[in-house]
Design a protein around this ligand. Structure first.
Ligand SMILES: [Zn+2]
Ligand SMILES: [Zn+2]
Length: 333
């Protein structure tokens, strides 16, 4: 290899990093204060090209309808600023597999509202936690979740819309449905004949549920398990959150990118993984200080464009070899 070969190689690497930065969708959960179109504009301002929102207060059963004007202004802002996909996170109150029929009925009505608002806003994805089946068996919980979601969407005109309900994997706490890839896949299979469904995976939930996404070999094995259960193609959104708690702890505490038990390198691997190149990467990191949303988006973007430790080592060795070669050449002349 001549020095000019190395240079070409480096240029090629740099070009592909720029391409990746342009085509990966990276964003963050943002507040809708001032309207959804305003959240879209805020996403663009902080350098994100996708975002997640709540379409109503996540801690109240009552929600107001999305006006036609709001739907239009949201679509216009997204088209103007090239922001997408738009992801909506379902209210925390919704529990589609509750043992209480009263809670379930309220959840079905509320989730139907979530679907209607998502369609009114032109959102591509609606993320749902499968819920808690406390008091029931896991099999009963799964049946109830599938039945409730099917009832919630029944009669809503979603056909023809670019819209999917995404089942999110959970931290694996006792009685929470969706703590393993198998459980997410099972629910998706049950729902597929009745609703447009795919998956959302959360790095923090995956880590605390016990999967190894931190070591290189562990990540390869985890991707293999996703492929053989949910299928990588079906993962439309990755929630990118570092974790305050240890792997396997089942404790769902999100941390800023690179500042938790996961660390920076696994996020670099995830963002560079070609099997998930189609997905949107959205941080749901804490907002401890003004500007934290932007900082976490920038942290993810930087991982996409900067070289990994291993790449840096290879480059260093190449440089040393070039130097040696030049010395030998000079001696020969
Ligand atoms: Zn999440
Ligand atoms: Zn979480």
């Amino acid at each position: 290899m001549t020095p000019s070969d190395t240079k070409q190689g480096t240029q090629k690497k740099a070009a592909s990093a720029v391409e990746k930065a342009a085509d990966r969708r990276i964003g963050v959960h943002l507040s809708t204060t001032g309207g959804v179109a305003n959240a879209v504009r805020n996403a663009a301002t902080i350098g994100a090209n996708t975002l997640q929102i709540f379409s109503a207060s996540p801690r109240m059963w009552r929600a107001s309808k999305i006006s036609a004007e709001q739907g239009m202004s949201t679509r216009a802002a997204r088209a103007e600023l090239n922001i997408g996909p738009l992801v909506i996170h379902t209210s925390y109150l919704v529990n589609v597999c509750s043992q209480s029929q009263e809670v379930r009925e309220k959840s079905i009505a509320a989730f139907r509202g979530e679907i209607e608002r998502a369609l009114a806003l032109g959102a591509e994805y609606l993320v749902l936690h499968p819920g808690s089946y406390r008091g029931l068996t896991r099999a009963q919980g799964l049946e109830l979740a599938a039945e409730s979601i099917t009832r919630a969407i029944d009669g809503v005109p979603w056909q023809g819309a670019d819209f999917y309900i995404l089942i999110e994997n959970t931290a694996g706490a006792e009685f929470s449905l969706g703590g393993s890839f198998e459980q997410v896949a099972e629910l998706i299979e049950h729902l597929r004949p009745h609703a447009p469904v795919a998956a959302c995976l959360d790095t923090c939930h995956t880590h605390v549920a016990g999967y190894d996404i931190v070591s290189e070999a562990g990540w390869a094995e985890t991707v293999r398990q996703i492929e053989s259960t949910i299928g990588c193609d079906a993962v439309r959104v990755w929630h990118c959150n570092d974790a305050k708690a240890e792997r396997g702890s089942k404790l769902d505490r999100h941390q800023h990118i690179g500042e938790g038990k996961i660390g920076l390198e696994p996020f670099r691997r995830l963002l560079h993984e070609t099997k998930f190149a189609h997905a949107a990467f959205i941080a749901e990191t804490p907002v401890d200080a003004p500007g934290d949303e932007e900082r976490n988006v920038r942290a993810l973007q930087k991982l996409l464009t900067s070289a990994s430790d291993r790449d840096r080592q290879i480059k260093l060795v190449e440089e040393i070899m070039d130097k040696d070669r030049n010395i030998l050449k000079a001696l020969a002349e």
